[in-house]
Design a protein around this ligand. Structure first.
Ligand code: APR
Ligand code: PHB
Length: 386
């Protein structure tokens, strides 16, 4: 088989790239290791930046998001029980959209089906080849048969564990990483959210987050050990711990219920440079990870793909390599800004095992600055809303 762009991975990055290329009349085949149900079963964050919303709408993917998503004009930070609202609308004239990544993925899958484009699911041993030369390809196994897909370029959209990044010789790639000494224990529940906007809570027992998926479905998190055993957390234990961290007013109005999903996620900051190796591009989680505190993961994947798709459009339509040549540097500027923001927010709000009294006082000073300085709050709001 032959195509113009072979995309590895059908997460948000791979599916959106496929869709944008389709709009530009460029052929792409997506090869994915898992089944569609498995891809849709993964629970991820749900905050869409203003810029991401514009990109999805411009690509004709926004109809359900605009109808069902919740527009949020601000967030709250609960610092040791005291809640402070940050009004994004007032600070920077922007808002975010709360709409689950699962829904974005489902909309992307529907668009791909409508376009009649090829996605190969349940593909094993997906391997990129010869991307340092003029004739790259990928191979994969399906139903016991090895297949080969020849292409002009390979897009590695295969997440943190995927094969694309690992196919690059170590001498050609630089990795930057910070692993945080804790995780987030998340619960999904069919109960209305405790408050109309997200509450990020800093507490001496650890961080907590009150988020939502809709007016009737909520998503809550508490900071836990990186290797926490989910089995040790009954629903009652989770709700008790959450209540202790979010301040009495929120604790008193919290509506609890049986969890419909419960899982632990590690926290990591990670970037590789560059994002292009000959005819292989990396995009999304294959190239970078942010801790979920700033809700940037999906948004960064979308901005990478928007830049890459524009470059490929110029390459095929105008015979110009300028866009694909600039992809890595252009995407990395934005990636490092999101890395800085996510790291900063994580530091301000979490308990670190080896934290000194001095560092705890600095967290307080950071929060006081946000509360008392409009300039500081504006900088935060500008980064959060994107
Ligand atoms: N072969 C084929 N596909 C693979 C392989 C492989 N060996 N390994 C991984 N994949 C697939 C995964 O199954 C997944 O569907 O690549 C896809 C990568 O998707 P994501 O992990 O969702 O990454 P990305 O599309 O970059 O989206 C980034 O998702 O992980 C969140 O927080 C992140 O919100 C961000 C967004
Ligand atoms: C979520 O709803 O899952 C969520 C929201 C905001 C974050 C992280 C996760 O910062």
């Amino acid at each position: 088989m032959r195509t113009q762009i072979a995309i590895i991975g059908a997460g948000p990055a791979g599916l959106l790239l496929g869709h944008m290329l389709h709009l530009a009349g460029i052929a792409a085949v997506i090869v994915e290791q898992r089944s569609p149900d498995y891809v849709l079963g993964r629970i991820r964050a749900g905050v869409i930046e203003a810029g991401t919303r514009e990109i999805l709408n411009a690509a004709g993917l926004g109809a359900r998001m605009e109808a069902e998503g919740l527009v949020h004009d601000g967030i709250e930070i609960a610092f040791d029980g005291t809640r402070q609202r940050f009004d994004f609308h007032n600070l920077v004239g922007r808002a975010v959209m709360v709409y689950g990544q699962t829904e974005v993925t489902s909309d992307l899958m529907a668009a791909r089906r409508a376009a009649g484009a090829t996605t190969i699911y349940d593909a094993a041993d997906v391997t990129p080849h010869d991307f340092d030369g003029a004739k790259p390809s990928i191979t994969y196994r399906r139903d016991g048969i090895t297949h080969r897909l020849d292409c002009d370029f390979i897009a590695g959209c295969d997440g943190y564990h995927g094969p694309s990044r690992h196919a690059v010789p170590t001498a050609a790639i630089t990795q930057y990483e910070r692993v945080y000494p804790f995780g987030w224990l998340g619960v999904l529940v069919d109960r209305p959210p405790v408050a109309p906007e997200l509450i990020y809570a800093r507490h001496s027992r650890g961080f907590a987050l009150c988020s939502m998926r809709s007016a009737t479905r909520s998503r809550y998190y508490v900071q836990c050990a990186a290797d926490e055993d989910v089995g040790a957390w009954s629903d009652d234990r989770f709700w008790d711990e959450l209540r202790r961290r979010i301040g009495t007013e929120a604790a008193d109005t919290l509506q609890t219920g049986p969890s419909i999903e419960k899982s632990v996620a590690p926290l990591r900051s990670f970037v590789v440079e560059p994002l292009r190796f000959g005819r292989l591009f990396l995009a999304g989680d294959a190239a970078h990870i942010v801790p979920p505190t700033g809700a940037k993961g999906l948004n960064l994947a979308v901005s990478d793909v928007a830049i890459l798709a524009a470059g490929l459009r110029d390459y095929y339509h105008d015979r110009s390599s300028a866009g694909i040549d600039a992809y890595s540097a252009q995407a990395l500027r934005r990636i490092w800004q999101a890395e800085r923001f996510s790291w900063w927010m994580t530091n301000m709000l979490h308990q670190f095992p080896d934290m000194t009294a001095f560092e705890r006082r600095l967290q307080r000073a950071e929060f006081d600055l946000l509360r008392d300085s409009r300039a500081a709050a504006q900088a935060m709001a500008a980064m959060y809303t994107g």
